[in-house]
Design a protein around this ligand. Sequence first.
Ligand SMILES: [Mn+2]
Length: 333
Amino acid sequence: MKKQNNKKDNKTFKQIAAAFKKGKKFFVAGHQNPDGDSLGSTLAVASLLKRMGKQVYAFSNDRPGDDLLFLPYLNTVHFSKLPAKIDFDTLVLLECSDKNRGGDLGSIFSAVKTVINIDHHITGEPYGTINYINAEASSTAEIITQIFEYLKIKPTKEEATCLYTGVVTDTARFLHSNTTAESLRAASVLVENGAEVSKINTIIYNTRPYRALKLLGRALEKLKLLYNDKIAEITLEKKDFKALKVQPEHTQGIVSQPIMIPSVEVSVLFRQEDARIAVNLRSKGKVDVSAIAAKFGGGGHARAAGFKLKDAKLPVVKKQLLAAVKAAVSALK
Ligand SMILES: [Mn+2]
């Protein structure tokens, strides 16, 4: 575990607090294909601003996966729908390392006076009028929790639930190396304010459909170790999905399983879908798999990345990708 070095930037918190107080009509959004952190942070900020007496339009370009449907206030989010009348003064963009990550929000950017950009990913270009970027924070939700504290406003049970979900999913239940004393402290504050640890954990991590478990079984049977057991490879073909009557989304979590094997540095899942090949990559930490995914037009994080190729042939994609992974693994000391 890292020691606490993610210092809070009170000067920027002060600017955010002033903008929250000054603004009247807010547009709040996270990134496309939202995860627990993006959506949890969006919901908590939208709720906070409403409690401060503001008009709020909460937006998400896409719907979340089934495991996040329990989030409080989810029905207040406008999914993929922009309002007919755009007269906002403030845009709060969460977890968006570039201004296009939230979707097609050009009309909102042109309408507002103030753009507040809050994120824990290093941003290429700080596009906001106010930018709070802390790459040492585990999650955007951790930063939002600090903003509640700065404002001296206690999160409601619902807001605490949304934010705890963000911290817990971005740290994978406090397992990843981004788990710091500060993320645990933020979690403690959220639990104090009503987030239910066991309930949230059961919904997100301990609930799997029957078909997803059957698919996991088949995937583990097909697991191969390559290159002195440093690379794990699973290939799920159309016929696997058909035989088990499962959908490609049932593969969630499968690619992470082989990382448990001590020798494995990188785990790769190839998924043959109707018109495309999807590839998921996981790293134990030494190899930056986002750099590999980028070569194929994809992206992600150092430890978790992926890409999709249309009209590609499975054997060709496998050969090229595995060569790139081998090159990255062989470069390790
Ligand atoms: Mn995040």
